[in-house]
Design a binder for this molecule. Structure first.
Ligand code: HEC
Ligand SMILES: [Cu+2]
Length: 400
């Protein structure tokens, strides 16, 4: 092979780079880049949203170009290593090559075109993802160290068809018929196939980031601001929700987990096959818990406690919690040694204080990391007295 000396090759006539080599090299680069772009599906979770499909196509396109560049650079390196290797007895310097305007022009223009094309394509995809369809389901997401809670709206039009208003507590009736309606929360995000969802996010403490890898969406939660992100699931299933911003010692618990017994715990996105299933399996049963609250305070507390982010920091087998930032709540009601140590004489009082004022007495071996659940609705981490009483009644049932 007669490689050209860079510079004035053309003028010298002989040794021009055969066009056939350029064509073959070009084909290798294109096919190589294409093959590399095919590797993607095996390293990404399945694409569960309309946005994910767009993003994956863009990703594959960029991987195709990047793969082509990889094959080109590595290929030239390999050819050079073989072609220009040291030969026995050859002690000469290489030819003094400098300057080639055509070459410089080509290697400036081609990347400029490639980058422009990627920028335009990415902008188009971004715009499509940013658009929130008018018929979106509105869900609120609250990030707290170390758990997520999702809030759903209910009003007099969204009640279960067979609702018995006579059995509903008066304050609930007032809230439902009020303009803001009633919101209820769940540790999981529920929706159904082909329903656009718009999640508006707030944090009660530090910054978090809301990430659903299967939907290919990620959005920061910024203290003092409301941020939002929209997506449209296209496949029914269960998708992990993750916090993607290191927010403290229990950060890892802000992700959906499968407990040792195989149950889903923590934050998950559940995509039901259709609206009817969503209403039947999630929305109506959740709403009924508020419409017909259990009269037994412990049962009520078992329900209410799940609206708070305790699961991220505590173990509690009864509810499948696996957090380890704080002490286990298994058997908490039998922990009489706490009473002597903290100066309380009654377990209910000790539990009240542990939640309202966790810094007052610290369980030995633990730091003052627990959220203070305030009695004042204007403060973050508000917990009403009624909720607190119910939670304490429930915790009192956790004996060994
Ligand atoms: C950010 C992590 C975090 C969250 C969230 C959290 N806790 Fe705690 N909790 C702790 C830590 C750490 C301790 C031990 C230090 C202390 O006593 O304050 C603790 C202690 C306790 C204790 C005393 C336990 C004992 O063995 O004496 C109770 C009861 C308790 N938490 C209940 C709750 C409840 C109920 C919730 C939700 C409403 C909750 N915690 C949310 C971290 C947390
Ligand atoms: Cu977080």
């Amino acid at each position: 092979m007669n490689l050209p000396k860079l510079g004035n090759t053309q003028k010298q006539g002989g040794g021009g780079f055969p066009v056939v080599w350029i064509v073959i090299g070009g084909l290798i680069v294109i096919v190589g880049g294409y093959l590399i772009s095919l590797v993607t599906p095996s390293i990404l979770p399945r694409a569960g949203s309309a946005q994910a499909v767009l993003i994956d196509d863009l990703f594959r396109f960029m991987l195709f170009i990047g793969g082509g560049v990889f094959v080109l650079v590595e290929g030239l390196l390999l050819v050079s290593v073989i072609r220009f290797r040291h030969r026995k007895g050859d002690r000469a310097d290489g030819p003094p090559i400098q300057g080639n305007t055509t070459l410089e022009f080509v290697w400036t223009v081609i990347p400029a075109i490639v980058v422009t094309v990627i920028a335009i394509y990415a902008f188009v995809v971004w715009q499509q993802i940013e658009t929130v369809p008018p018929n979106s389901q509105q869900v609120g997401a609250l990030g707290q160290r170390y758990a997520w809670s999702f809030s759903y709206e209910a009003n007099s039009e969204t009640l279960p068809p067979d609702v018995n208003m006579d059995a509903v507590p008066e304050d609930v009736v007032t809230r439902i018929s009020s303009e803001e309606g009633l919101t209820f929360t769940s540790p999981q995000l529920h929706t159904w196939v082909n329903q656009p969802v718009n999640v508006s996010m707030e944090t009660d403490d530090v910054n978090h980031a809301f990430w659903i890898p299967g939907m290919r969406i990620k959005q920061d939660l910024l203290a003092g601001r409301v941020t939002s992100i929209a997506f449209t699931p296209i496949e029914a299933g269960v998708y992990r929700i993750v916090c993607a911003e290191l927010c403290g010692g229990g950060h890892g618990n802000m992700a959906g987990i499968v407990t040792p017994s195989g149950e889903l715990s923590g934050a998950w996105l559940i995509v039901h096959p259709d609206e009817e299933t969503y209403l039947r399996e999630f929305y109506y049963p959740e709403l009924e818990k508020i419409l017909y609250p259990p009269t037994d305070p412990a049962l009520l507390g078992r329900q209410v406690i799940q609206n708070y982010p305790c699961s991220g920091c505590h173990i509690l087998d009864d509810l499948g919690w696996v957090g380890v930032t704080g002490p286990t709540l298994n058997g908490i009601a039998s922990r009489s040694a706490r009473l002597t140590a903290s100066g309380y004489s009654d377990m209910a009082d000790y539990l009240h204080a542990s939640i309202r004022n966790p810094g007052e007495y610290l369980v030995p071996g633990y730091n003052n990391l627990m959220i203070q659940f305030n009695a004042d609705p204007a403060q973050p981490n508000y917990m009403s007295d009624a909720d607190l009483d119910a939670i304490v009644a429930y915790l009192l049932t956790q004996t060994q």
